[in-house]
Design a protein around this ligand. Sequence first.
Ligand SMILES: Cc1cc2nc3c(=O)[nH]c(=O)nc-3n(C[C@H](O)[C@H](O)[C@H](O)COP(=O)(O)OP(=O)(O)OC[C@H]3O[C@@H](n4cnc5c(N)ncnc54)[C@H](O)[C@@H]3O)c2cc1C
Length: 389
Amino acid sequence: MDMSLGGTVEALRSEFRAFFAESLPVDYAARTLAGGKLTKQEHNHWHSLLRERGWNVPLWPKEYGGPGWGPMERFLWEEESGIAGAPRLNHVSQDLLGPVIIEFGSEAQKRELLPRILSSEDWWCQGFSEPQAGSDLANLQMRAVREGDDYIVTGTKLWTSYAHLANKIFCLVRTSADGPKQAGISFLLIDMEQPGVTVSPIYTLGGMLTVNEVQIEEVRVPVGNLVGEEGGAWDITRFLLGNERLMGAWIGVNMAFARQVRERFEARPVRDAVMARRIAEVETDLLALRYTTYRVLADEASGKAPGPEVSVIKVRGGEIMQALTELLLELGEIESLVHPGTLPEGELPIVPFELQHMAQQYFDRRKLTIYGGSSEVQRNIIARRLLKV
Ligand SMILES: Cc1cc2nc3c(=O)[nH]c(=O)nc-3n(C[C@H](O)[C@H](O)[C@H](O)COP(=O)(O)OP(=O)(O)OC[C@H]3O[C@@H](n4cnc5c(N)ncnc54)[C@H](O)[C@@H]3O)c2cc1C
C-alpha cells in the first residue's frame, strides 16, 4: 500500500534517512530499539548532533531556532526517528514547554528560556499530577500565595517523569480557591536547584526509574515566572496536552517494534497460524492508525486546531505498542523472561542483547494507557465529543 505523502515531504523523508544513516551513533540506535536507556550525557550529545542540523526542536518555528516545519513534516520526523531507533528528544522541554512559551510566554521568558532549551542547558519536567489530582486534574492543591513580587509555593507533585534529571519544573498551581476549580489554576516555572525542593524516586513495574515525587516546601518563585495570566492555566494545559496526545501515536516506534516482531516470527522453524493471525491484526491496526494520524495532521495543516480525534490516536497508539511488546515477549520465549534487574550484581545476562530489555520493556509500556490522560478518560472524551453520546 502506498503511504507516500508526496513531493517535498517525501524528499524530507529521504533527507532524514540519510542523516540517521550517517550521524546516528549505532550504539544509541541499538540500545533505543532494544528498549534500553541512554544517559543524560548521551542524550545531550544526540541533541547537539541534531542542533548542528537545526532539527533538535522539531515543533518550533524558525524565528526561535526551530526548523519551521508544518504538522506533516514534524510527524514525518517523529515517524522516521522511531523507525531508525533515534533516542527520543528531551520531550518535556523541547516538545511540551517550548511550544507553550512560544505561544503564551512573555518576551522576557522567550528570550531567557528558549535558548537554554535549545542548548540543552535546561531539562524541564512536568508538574501537573498530584496525589489527589490525576484524571481529575482540576482538583490540584499545590498552593501559590502572592507575597510582594513573589509567590510562596507549597505542595506535592506525583509521577513526575525524569524529575531526577531535571533542573527546572513547570507546575500547575492553585492561586485561588474561589469560583470554578479550573479558574483558580496558574502555570508557574520553578527552579529545582534551591532549598525546599525535594525529589524522591519511584521505581515502576518495569524496574526502571522514570517517575518521581516532587515536594515543594515554602519555595519563593518570582511573579515573572508566571506564564500567561494568573488563573489562566487551563487553556495552556489544553494546548500542551493536545501536543502530548498527538505524539501518543508512536507510529515510528511502533513500526520498529512491528518489524522486530515480524523478523522474529519469520525466523521460527515452525510458524503457527494463531500467532500469524495475531501479528497480522496488529499490523493492520497500525496501518489504520497511520492513516488516521495523517488525516488529523492534514486537517491541522489546513489550519484546524487538533480536536478530540487526538484521543483516538493516543488510545490506539498505546494499545498497539502494548500488543507489540507482548508479542515480542512471547516470540522471545524463555530468554526474554530474564529481567536484567534480577541478575546477581556484576553478572551479565546470557541472552542476546536485543532481548535483554524485552521483559522490562513489556512491563514499562503498560504506562502508555495511563499517562497523558488514561484510556478510560480518553474514551469518555471520544464518546462525548466525537460520538456525541
Ligand atoms: C509512567 C508515568 C509517567 C507520568 N509522568 C507524568 C509527568 O511527567 N507529569 C505529570 O504531571 N504526571 C505524570 N503522570 C501522571 C499521569 O498523568 C496520571 O497517572 C494520570 O493522569 C492518571 O491519574 P492517576 O494516576 O491519579 O489515576 P486516577 O485519576 O486516580 O485514576 C485511577 C483509575 O480510574 C480511572 N478513571 C479516573 N477517572 C475516570 C473517569 N472519569 N471515567 C472513567 N474512568 C476513570 C482511570 O482511568 C484509572 O484507571 C505519569 C504517569 C505515569 C504512569
